[in-house]
Structures are given as structure tokens and as C-alpha cells.
Design a protein around this ligand. Structure first.
Ligand code: SAH
Length: 345
């Protein structure tokens, strides 16, 4: 960033403080906040009830973060839209819009790249470039709404990046996106997905949010998890499960476990039985996702039978399970595939 104030990352109170410190009246903050977060103008000059002097001053002191739609792919199979957005510094991030009967769901990125190193994931192949600012996370949603001319009702932070590796910005984003002066999305309709950064899971439990925490588990033993997810070397699977229990105790929110089924790696009956044992008695839900193969790795999807057997075994143990509908397979739907393909060109 330029060293100027990223005005779209300030919440209303901070915007008031910023303007008052510059000798402006407090009520200006509400006006400007509406321009930024309701009308989503792309320049200060469009703020027509603000004096030209103040417009010029804001322009000199602030960055007005706006993402540029670089590329859009629309799935012929299910209408899923995959966006590639360019940031002010020309880095790129992916976002996905999924349309369901119950509303529009946006899957957004929290970082450019990722440093978690999960073996099956395309987002992490070139490491972490940088964290996204709150404004850049909000903008992904604003520009999708503009593009489709409809409201977004659900947000999942499941695009590229590890949200709990960009903790402060993500928490600020969560406050702003659920704020009534902005998008006003119900926290119950927001999901944060993490690979299991235990200390920040525990911190998040104390923030007073009503959101859903999703854990990318993908294995039922420490040994197998380590082979798929390097983060397991730092935070063992038992600690992750312990943090999930604490999260539920503090928030009353049911945990979601994501489990990508990789053929011959984590999809046996033994894996399912061990998973059932691991999460027994927890108020939780398991989402099974046939792994989306990426060309850089030789992982394959589990067969239809393995997926169904896995699901049955969990259900016999009284665990809630769904098989995630694979959306956007024909449009580089897996995290980081589209950006990667663009960078390679
Ligand atoms: N870093 C966060 C959020 C981004 S990844 C996390 O780990 O949860 C979103 C989800 O997609 C995670 O569950 C991740 O493990 C999964 N994922 C990534 N690449 C995948 C692939 N090729 N096939 C299936 N799931 C994948």
C-alpha cells in the first residue's frame, strides 16, 4: 500500500476519529461511510454531498481501494461464477459466487497466495505474497454484487489464503461486513475456514461472533494429517479438536469439519471409523468433499463407492454428514487454480 490511509478499511467510529482529527464535523463520517460501503463509489469526486475541498483532501490523504474485474468464468453446469480480481498493486485474487435456492453465497480470499503448504491445494504452490486488507475482502463482495445486480446473503472465507494467518484484518472485516452501516450480513451466514491455527481459533472464540467455524481436517490421525497438511507439525490434531470443543463451549456454534477425500490416502473404512471416534459427542457436522485434482500433484478423487461408504460409516456413528456438491468443476473451481493459470500465461 501507498502509506496513505486505506479509508475503506476504517470502521465508522475510526472514520469519525480520522475526520475529526482533520478538523471535520463528525456527521461527515456517516455520509462518507455510505458512499464507500452502500453506494460503493470508485472515486471521491462521486461523493456529491461532500465539498470539493474535502474531496480533494481525502484524495490526497487516502487510498480508495477498488478491485478490478480481470477475468470471469461462468460454469455451464451450475452457474457458479469464478472471478479473478486485480488489486491496486496488480496482485490477483480469486473469488467465487455460488447460487443456491436459499441465496447467493460468496467465497472470498483472505491472502494473496498462502504459506500453509497443504499438499493438495493450488493456492499455496508459490507461497504467500501478502495479506489482504479488510477493504480488499469487502471489495470482493461489493464487486460481485455489482456484477450480478443482486445481494449476497452468505459469505465463506474459503478462497485462497489462511484467514487465521491474517487474524487482525479478518476480524476487522468480520465486524464491518456484518455491521448495519455496511452490508449487514448476519454473522450466522458467515463461515471462517481454517486449517487449524490453534491459538487463533481460541482467540476467535473470545470475539463474541456468531459465525460458523469450519476446520479443514482431511485426516483422522496425526500421522496422516501431517502427510497432507504441514500445519499439523505445529498444531497436533488433538489440539485442534480440543480448540473446536472450546470454540463450541464459548460460542454455542456448531463446528463444521471439512474432509477432502483423496483416493487411497484418507478414504478407507478405517479412516472413517477413526474420524468417528475423534469427534464423537461433539456438536458438529462433517462436509465430505471429493478432492479436486490439481495438475501439480498426483492426488486422485475417491470413487463414488468409497465416498458413500465413508458417509455411511460416519452416519452409523450418529454423525451429521453431507457430501459437498462440487460446484464449478469446469471453471478451475479449486482454490488458486485460476490465478495460477493466469500467472503462468
Ligand atoms: N486456509 C483455509 C481456507 C482456504 S481453503 C483452510 O484451510 O480451511 C478452503 C478449503 O478447500 C479447505 O478445506 C481446503 O483444504 C480445501 N481445498 C483446497 N484445495 C482443494 C482441492 N484441490 N480439493 C478439495 N479441497 C481443497
Amino acid at each position: 500500500m501507498s502509506g496513505k490511509t486505506d479509508i475503506k478499511s476504517l470502521d465508522l467510529k475510526e472514520l469519525e476519529e480520522f475526520l475529526c482529527a482533520g478538523g471535520e464535523k463528525k456527521f461527515r463520517a456517516g455520509q462518507i461511510y455510505r458512499w464507500l460501503h452502500k453506494k460503493r463509489v470508485t472515486s471521491f469526486a462521486q461523493m456529491t454531498d461532500i465539498s470539493a475541498d474535502l474531496q480533494a483532501k481525502l484524495d490526497a490523504e487516502c487510498d480508495l481501494t477498488v478491485l478490478r474485474k480481470e477475468h470471469l468464468q461462468i460454469s455451464k453446469a451450475d452457474g457458479t461464477r469464478k472471478y479473478l480480481f486485480a488489486l491496486a498493486d496488480n496482485n490477483m485474487v480469486e473469488s467465487v459466487l455460488m447460487r443456491y435456492k436459499h441465496g447467493n453465497s460468496a467465497c472470498i480470499s483472505s491472502q494473496v497466495g498462502c504459506r500453509m503448504g497443504c499438499r493438495f491445494c493450488a493456492s499455496t504452490l508459490d507461497g504467500l505474497v501478502r495479506n489482504l486488507a479488510p477493504s480488499e475482502m469487502l471489495e470482493q463482495i461489493y464487486r460481485i454484487e455489482e456484477d450480478i445486480g443482486e445481494r449476497i446473503s452468505n459469505v465463506v472465507i474459503m478462497g485462497s489464503g489462511e484467514p487465521l494467518d491474517n487474524y487482525e484484518n479478518v476480524v476487522r472485516f468480520l465486524h464491518m461486513v456484518s455491521d448495519q452501516n455496511g452490508l449487514n450480513i448476519s454473522q450466522r451466514n458467515i463461515t471462517v475456514s481454517t486449517c487449524g491455527i490453534v491459538p487463533n481459533m481460541l482467540r476467535l472464540a473470545e470475539e463474541g461472533f456468531q459465525l460458523t467455524l469450519a476446520i479443514s481436517l482431511h485426516a483422522s490421525s496425526q500421522e496422516k494429517r501431517k502427510a497432507l497438511m504441514p500445519v499439523a507439525n505445529k498444531y497436533a490434531i488433538d489440539e485442534v479438536i480440543g480448540a473446536c470443543r472450546t470454540y463450541f463451549e464459548k460460542t454455542g456454534r456448531r463446528i463444521t469439519f471439512e474432509y477432502s477425500l483423496v483416493g487411497g490416502v484418507n478414504d478407507t473404512g478405517e479412516d472413517a471409523a477413526r474420524l468417528a471416534g475423534l469427534i464423537k459427542g461433539m456438536n458438529c457436522h462433517v462436509n465430505l468433499i471429493p478432492v479436486n485434482p490439481i495438475k501439480e500433484r498426483d492426488y486422485v478423487q475417491s470413487g463414488r463407492d468409497e465416498v458413500l461408504n465413508f458417509k455411511n460409516k460416519l452416519e452409523k456413528n450418529g454423525i451429521n454428514v453431507t457430501i459437498r456438491r462440487e460446484m464449478g468443476r469446469d471453471i478451475d473451481g479449486a482454490c488458486g487454480q485460476l490465478r495460477k493459470r493466469f500467472l503462468e500465461r
